[in-house]
Ligand binder design. Structure first.
Ligand SMILES: Nc1ncnc2c1ncn2[C@@H]1O[C@H](COP(=O)(O)OP(=O)(O)OP(=O)(O)O)[C@@H](O)[C@H]1O
Ligand SMILES: [Mg+2]
Length: 246
């Protein structure tokens, strides 16, 4: 589903990603952890080309990404982004649209779905994230956790093959995290291919099929949670999981 080959990226003189190579099979759930500034968000954003990169290549959901894609590739990038959903720490819902309209917007515009069909699917997705009764609510009428679940439903409305999450629960109060985590757990169990940057130990340990520890622009460790979380080999992973446990 995803194949990353010697991906490198610089910001000026600073190397942010250094020759990252990795593969993700369909249905895997990858938890991405590591110290601040290590390159987690940058890697995720390169995977759906929200950021360009300098060297290497990415294959994702049947699309091939390379350095310096530009206007000539705009349609291809749009098609790719419909197959690769992304959810951010800040939910970025459209404030002037109801929950339902936030979810139906892309299907109606990008896929030109008829209103009734898009709404029917949106209501199913709202039920899936536990918010079937809030279809008419505007973002400011919803809690952070509810807004994030709407953002997840909005990404799912494009029927993606892959979902990328960048710290989806870290802007939320602890009591709201569980509802969002529950939705992500269901998605993982349902076979969605997911990459999740997270500080949630429980997610990394119990739900992820693999854990990547990213440090200084490289994947320092890559393996099942039983290995990476329970018996980390690198200092950075030991430090990271030790700190979180406390
Ligand atoms: N636009 C930019 N210009 C210059 N440097 C940048 C830019 N964006 C990111 N960086 C640098 O790239 C490095 C990796 O940043 P990134 O956001 O990917 O880290 P991260 O692992 O997601 O960190 P965090 O856990 O704090 O979110 C950092 O050193 C950061 O300062
Ligand atoms: Mg980040």
């Amino acid at each position: 589903m995803i194949s990353v080959r010697t991906l490198s990226k610089r910001h000026g003189d600073r190397k942010v990603l250094e020759g990252v190579s990795a593969d993700v099979a369909k249905g895997e759930t990858i938890a991405i952890v590591g110290p601040s500034g290590g390159g987690k968000s940058t890697l995720l954003r390169c995977l759906n080309y929200l950021e360009t990169f300098d060297e290497g290549s990415v294959e994702i959901a049947g699309f091939k990404l390379r350095p310096n894609m530009g206007r000539a590739d705009a349609q291809q990038l749009r098609d790719m982004r419909a197959r690769v959903g992304m959810v951010f720490q800040q939910f970025n819902l459209f404030p002037h649209l109801s929950a339902l309209d936030n979810i139906t917007l892309a299907p109606r515009i990008v896929k030109r779905e008829i209103k009734e069909k898009a709404q029917e699917r949106a209501l199913e997705l709202l039920a899936k994230v536990g918010l079937r009764d809030r279809a008419g609510a505007y973002p400011h009428e919803l809690s952070g956790g509810q807004q994030q679940r709407i953002a997840i439903a909005r990404a799912l409305a494009q029927q993606p093959d892959v979902m990328l999450f960048d710290e989806p629960t870290s802007a939320l109060d602890p009591e709201m995290r569980d509802d969002v985590m529950e939705v992500m757990k269901d998605l993982a169990k349902g076979g969605m291919t997911m990459l999740v940057v997270t500080h949630e130990m429980q997610f990394a340990h119990d739900i992820a099929s693999r854990v990547w520890v990213i440090d200084k622009g490289t994947i320092a460790e890559d393996g099942p949670p039983s290995q990476v979380v329970d018996a980390p080999k690198t200092e950075v992973a030991r430090e990271f999981f030790g700190r979180i446990r406390k």
